[in-house]
Design a protein around this ligand. Structure first.
Ligand SMILES: Nc1ncnc2c1ncn2[C@@H]1O[C@H](COP(=O)(O)OP(=O)(O)OP(=O)(O)O)[C@@H](O)[C@H]1O
Ligand SMILES: Cc1ncc(C[n+]2csc(CCOP(=O)(O)O)c2C)c(N)n1
Ligand SMILES: [Mg+2]
Length: 328
């Protein structure tokens, strides 16, 4: 018979050997050294059943995604991962689920050299709740802060936008069934790739960065607010995922500008870095698109191919506002 006690679960699914100079799972705190000249980067993101993932989500992919969305915040700061912690609340002990979840989690942890060094495990009275904290390091003065954008900077976006949001709409039945499009977009929703290498190489080159989790306009808007800048974004330059082709144009725009779960980097940099950023993208195999420019003021304008302002009535995902938030 399998042992189901809290400590058995931790030992079986989460305790793994930690790198030599670290103290990992098993003590009151984890310990790890920091490199000279670096500062600590810390970020926490939760994933809640029914809100961030569906009850029948594939547990291996969920383990990957839970860590990936957190690593994405380190990427957006230009930080190198050091370690992570996992707080987990479970309604029941399901060994098949835990086996797959922990395999997905540890696989990405290994790949990104971000070992799981601690956490907490409790029973939940409702669904599965996950809270992950990532710890990273970044060279002093090199972090890609939201308040570091400057008027005249180029605006860049990595990868493509819209696939995850399109997949979610299809999965939730908010769009008519389209197996072909779902097959092309589902990996973006279920298994996002944190842009860690891109973020690290941009540290010290780019000014500001953010990862697009809630939607481009909303997340880029955080940079503008923190940096006291406005911006022009060129609609036609935005890197739309190919699966968005042939969608109704207003839906395509909404998904592109406000679709969540993208986990691409939006960053700003001086125009003199253009060529190097393009070379970097090619070397890393990560497309980078120059999508706009920072201007004085505080307005974020979206311009069409003719330079006309495109009216937009949406910003992106917000847990506590309609129509996404459903809290009374
Ligand atoms: N409950 C909280 N207590 C303290 N700080 C918080 C709390 N919730 C969020 N924050 C902080 O507020 C800031 C914005 O958080 P937010 O979650 O919007 O950013 P993010 O994690 O980059 O985005 P997202 O969660 O959409 O991926 C961050 O500095 C975050 O650490
Ligand atoms: C079942 C289900 N419903 C809705 C969504 C969409 N969604 C949930 S949270 C979020 C923003 C990022 O999260 P946070 O801001 O909490 O970090 C988005 C786009 C989903 N992925 N799964
Ligand atoms: Mg957050």
């Amino acid at each position: 018979m399998q042992a189901d006690g809290e400590f058995d679960l931790i030992a079986r699914y989460f305790k793994r050997p930690s790198p030599g100079r670290m103290l990992g799972v098993g003590d009151d705190c984890a310990l790890m050294p920091l490199s000279a000249g670096c500062e600590l980067a810390v970020s926490t993101d939760m994933l809640v059943e029914g809100r961030h993932f569906l009850t029948d989500a594939d547990p291996e992919s969920l383990g990957h995604k839970a860590l990936a969305v957190n690593l994405s915040d380190l990427a957006a700061m230009g930080a190198r991962p050091l370690a992570c912690t996992l707080a987990l609340s479970l309604p029941v002990v399901n060994h098949a689920w835990l086996e797959a979840f922990s395999a997905g989690f540890h696989a990405l942890a290994r790949e990104s050299q971000c070992p799981l060094v601690g956490g907490d495990t409790t029973r939940s009275e409702s669904g599965v709740v996950l809270s992950i904290t990532v710890l990273g390091e970044v060279r002093r003065t090199h972090a890609l802060r939201r308040d570091a954008a400057r008027v005249g900077d180029d605006v860049w976006v990595s990868g493509t936008l819209g696939a995850a949001d399109l997949a979610l709409r299809l999965v939730l039945g908010r769009l008519p069934p389209d197996p072909e499009r779902l097959r092309a977009t589902r990996p973006a929703l279920d298994r996002p790739t944190p842009r860690l290498k891109l973020g690290r190489y941009l540290a010290g080159v780019a000014h500001a960065a953010i990862d697009v989790s809630d939607g481009l306009l909303q997340d880029f808007g955080h940079i503008l607010k923190a940096s006291h800048c406005g911006a022009d974004l060129w609609l036609d330059a935005l890197p739309a995922h190919p699966a968005l082709a042939d969608l109704d144009e207003s839906l395509r725009r909404e998904i592109l500008l406000a679709g969540g779960d993208a986990y691409e980097l939006c960053f700003t940099a001086r125009p003199l870095w253009r060529e190097q950023i393009e070379v970097l993208g090619r070397q890393l195999g990560v497309p980078v698109a120059r999508v706009g420019t920072l201007v004085r003021g505080q307005d974020l304008r979206v311009l069409d191919g003719a330079g006309q302002v495109v009216p937009v009535a949406y910003r992106g995902f917000d847990h506590f506002s309609e129509p996404c938030g459903d809290i009374a």
